[in-house]
Design a binder for this molecule. Structure first.
Ligand code: PLP
Length: 393
């Protein structure tokens, strides 16, 4: 039987045509045509004034922090539950990542957790839209404003998500996106930084091109900076994908709906939340099991793998990773972030690739059901209650 991969894109003739046109024609005087079209269309989609295409979301976070003036001695608050790419650029600029706890249902930062982490050294808040969910942005922005802190919105996993009618990525001083091959909209590798602030936009354009003014023809560098650019072939692929974004997001939502229906009556399985007033683009369908199943994510992944289904582990709390071992902030986070540590061991991402069909999702659901039936939750334990109990809330 063919394995069911955990993620992957949906490529059509449009993508092939645009990339072919780019590799054929986007040179000489037309070298920038796809980058300009992609950037313009993307800013329009997200609802921001400016956007800059970059080689990755990691570089977009790096440039966001640099443009905001974050540097050595500063602290940046971010969720403990996220991919390491959210945290690494904080270290690139010499600042300290401070890992805050999550909400038990959205799995994203809470305003209270952020506020508890603020010190006189805090310089920015990096909010992550995890697996397509968004934090309570109103509450988060209120805390940020009260303390005069800019937000960088890491919307790498949330293109197409919405909060009170506004698109993910438009809530911070900057918003950043990833177009890695696993993401909802892909350019193979790639990223985007969006902003409404002209000063940040100009600074980012300068920093991403070796510290020279856009359009500089004299090779006259006024600072040592970075080389973070997207190729026109990638931009062409991105433009084609963006022109299909409604379709791509609709497919993600359809896949989630198949899972929701397929797992609805299972006790002790929490899926991605979609609170009222939000739209979740469900980058990764994620199941968090009640601890009473006694099934950790490693074991779940192994057993699903034996059934030809590839899953991914819910992100480990960053503060638990060897990469941050010995750091005082990691130690504090381990003692403090009870929700993150209650959720992460029991969560897996289920296959969410855009090549899925209803039958494949039904197969995955059947495998998971079988597996869980062999274990079974302790009678009468509701999923949310158990996670909350474990979190001490
Ligand atoms: C994928 C991802 C990134 C990094 O994106 P790259 O394009 O691989 O640099 C950053 N943050 C989050 C939350 C991600 O999921």
């Amino acid at each position: 039987m063919e394995r069911i991969p955990v993620s992957g894109p949906w490529i059509t003739q449009r993508e092939i045509d645009y990339v072919t046109d780019a590799v054929t024609n986007a040179w000489y005087g037309n070298a920038n045509m796809y980058n300009e079209r992609f950037e313009r269309a993307f800013a329009e989609y997200v609802g921001t004034r400016y956007s800059v295409a970059l080689p990755s979301c990691t570089s977009a976070i790096h440039l966001s922090l640099l443009a905001l003036g974050v540097g050595p001695g500063d602290e940046v608050i971010l969720p403990d539950l996220t991919w390491i790419a959210s945290a690494a650029p904080i270290r690139y600029v010499g600042a300290t990542p401070v890992f805050a706890d999550a909400d038990a249902s959205s799995w994203c930062l809470t305003a209270e957790a952020v506020e508890a982490c603020i010190t006189p050294r805090t310089r920015a808040i990096l909010a992550v839209d995890l697996y397509g969910s968004m934090p309570d942005m109103d509450a988060l922005r209120m805390v940020a404003e009260r303390h005069g802190l800019p937000i960088v919105e890491d919307a790498a996993e949330a293109v197409g998500s919405e909060y009170r009618g506004r698109r993910a990525g438009s809530f911070g001083a900057t918003g950043v996106f990833s177009f890695h091959g696993s993401k909802t909209l892909t350019t193979g590798e790639g990223g985007m930084l969006v902003t409404d602030r002209e000063d940040l936009w100009r600074r980012v354009l300068f920093l991403r091109d070796h510290g020279r003014k856009p359009g500089d023809k004299m090779f006259f560098n006024t600072e040592v900076a970075y080389k973070y650019k997207m190729s026109s072939m990638q931009a062409a692929l991105g433009l084609a994908q963006l022109e299909r974004i409604e379709e791509l997001v609709a497919r993600k939502r359809e896949i989630f709906d198949w899972y929701r229906q397929g797992l609805a009556d299972l006790e002790g399985v929490a899926l991605n939340a979609e609170p009222e007033g939000t739209k979740n683009s469900y980058w990764m369908v994620t199941a968090v099991l009640d601890p009473s199943y006694g099934l950790c994510k490693d074991r779940l992944m192994e057993e699903m793998s034996e059934r030809h289904v590839d899953c991914r582990p819910f992100f480990h709390p960053l503060s638990s990773l060897p990469a941050f071992a010995g750091e005082i902030e990691a130690e504090r986070a381990r003692a403090r972030n009870r929700v993150s540590y209650a959720i992460s061991p029991y969560g897996i991402n289920l296959p969410s690739g855009q090549n899925l069909d209803k039958e494949k999702v039904a197969y995955v659901c059947a495998q998971l059901r079988e597996l869980l039936a062999a274990h079974g939750p302790a009678a009468g334990t509701a999923p949310a209650a158990a996670v909350l109990a474990a979190s001490g809330r």
